[in-house]
Design a protein around this ligand. Structure first.
Ligand code: SF4
Length: 250
């Protein structure tokens, strides 16, 4: 009997979750944040998961002959301490490239995870001040959140693996020129290899009122991409929208 982990599901093959590779995607439950615009509410609220043995996940990955990589996502994958064992076993028992999507709230867990990773994607949801609390739905906890995010950024700045930062543009929360400019400066300071600005989609959100918020237009996303690129001339900057897909900002 191996350790068990809260598993929401596994996608056998994806072409968009690991850059340039076909990957499996493992969805884990739980998240310390409550971003009101979150598009994975069932993972955050831990609805509909099952406790799966790590052995079972490893066997499923070993028997998947379509993939070169695996992406561990959530929710927040490092919210469960068992995730470290899952990462360790993937790295030691398979030849798969390994990536996690992480929100930088758990610097101690991040330090334990990094030795097993080839790639990491993290959100930088807002400039590093009280706005971080508003965007994550925890305004009273912004100081602790920002302190943890900064500590995680210090760790990532010294890590040689591939790292990507992402910001979701949410009208009324994070959508101003100055906000993207400030975040881009943080991206530069940490030394991320790439920065992706993604369009909020009102499909299904943690707080219902965000289902009535309109997505920012493709034109507005391109404007914000240019603002970020000015701060990041040597970084791969992209925008992602429903209509245009991924666009590199030149
Ligand atoms: S968007 Fe926010 S609440 Fe949703 S999974 Fe990501 S960090 Fe958690």
């Amino acid at each position: 009997m191996t350790e068990k982990i809260k598993l929401a599901g596994i996608t056998d093959s994806s072409s968009i979750d690991y850059p340039g590779k076909i990957s499996a995607v493992v969805y884990l439950c739980g998240c310390p944040f409550r971003c009101p615009w979150c598009q994975n509410p069932e993972l955050v609220l831990e609805e509909g998961y099952r406790l799966a043995e790590i052995d079972e996940i490893i066997n499923e990955l070993k028997n998947n002959f379509l993939i070169d990589a695996v992406c561990i996502t959530g929710g927040e994958p490092l919210a469960q301490k068992e995730t470290i064992e899952l990462l360790r076993r993937i790295k030691s028992e398979t030849k798969l490239l390994l990536k996690i999507d992480h929100n930088c709230f758990f610097p101690d867990m991040l330090e334990k995870a990094l030795p097993y990773l080839d790639h990491l994607t993290t959100d930088i949801k807002a400039p590093l001040d009280e706005r971080y609390g508003k965007v994550t739905g925890l305004p009273g906890s912004w100081e602790k959140i920002v302190a943890n995010v900064k500590k995680s950024h210090e760790i990532l700045a010294c890590w040689p693996g591939k790292k990507e930062a992402r910001t979701t543009v949410v009208p009324g929360l994070i959508d101003k020129d100055d906000e993207i400019r400030e975040i881009a400066k943080v991206v530069h300071g940490v030394g991320f290899d790439s920065y992706v600005i993604q369009q909020f989609r009102p499909d299904k959100t943690l707080e219902e009122r965000f289902e009535r918020v309109k997505s920012p237009s493709v034109e507005r996303m391109r404007e914000l991409g240019k603002i970020a690129k000015k701060e990041l001339p040597d970084t791969d900057v992209r925008i992602v929208t429903t209509d245009g897909g991924f666009e590199t900002v030149g």
